[in-house]
Design a protein around this ligand. Sequence first.
Ligand code: KDG
Length: 323
Amino acid sequence: MKRALGLGEIMVQMNPTEKGALRFQTLFERHVAGSEANTIIQMQRLGIGCWFFSAVGADEFGKVIVSALRSEGVDTSGVVEDRNNPTAVYFVQRSYPVPNKTMVYYYRKGSAAANFGPENVREEYFEGLDLFLVSGITPSLSSSCYEAALKCVKLAKDHGAQVAFDTNIRINLLKTKENAMKTLEPFINSADILFTGAGDMAMLFGDDIERAREVTIRKATSANIIVFKKGSDGVEALVRGKRYFVPAYKVPVIDELGAGDACDGAFLASYLQGNTIEDSLRFANVAGAITVSLKGDIEPLPDWQAIETFLNVHGAGEKRLLR
Ligand code: KDG
């Protein structure tokens, strides 16, 4: 079995039962979510053995998060219980003020996960590891998280594991474009598999198309993979100068949150288990489509059987999937 390790903050997500401005919402569903954890759970559901590094508060929400990971079979021995800082919470606002668009409001400053540091990263987790995953959110949380993420990348490389990085820019954490570039550049440069999208690329490179081209071409002509997520247009990959594109499935959008993470997780799980880039992009699209059509980031993440059922209905389902 292939092995993956993720690092990131997991929060309690309060998702209102109705659409509209948060100030009018009185009923909420409680979910658990966090970009890297969403991706790791997607990978675990698709047959990868997963481990996770994080910290949660010694509170009720911390317990929910740990049991959510455990119930999926993710190893939580690297999740620290922090007695001094709380588990973060965030609120979702759907379809307001932009119809069909989701907005989020975080209560995460000084959280347990933001206090995770390099001292919590132990080398034994990297022995026999195939892939380490982190996104731009984690190094943006605090300087200790930044150092922890850098240490993980170094240990992954030392132990021959691939590094997957999703730019996942959270400008509310990074404040400026300059800081976004400074914080994320070491991770972009060391990623073997880089996930990004038009919004993040514009944030990082602005009008500097030449620099964007130089960075992406440098990565795409080496042994690396770049996956561009294009939302409702589909997913594209650049691998050793070759371009692959798979269009998205048209599905009703209920809550877009977590779709990009589902996409990353399905691509990585499929690719690690030996499927082609094209098939892996197709499964990534399916995972994204299923995730946008339901509330919650984790609950909709498909297993192989769900992907197969989706493909049987939407086409390209004639192939037996790798398990
Ligand atoms: O990818 C979805 C996540 O962004 C969201 O559910 C929570 O991890 C999160 C974040 O920091 O925005």
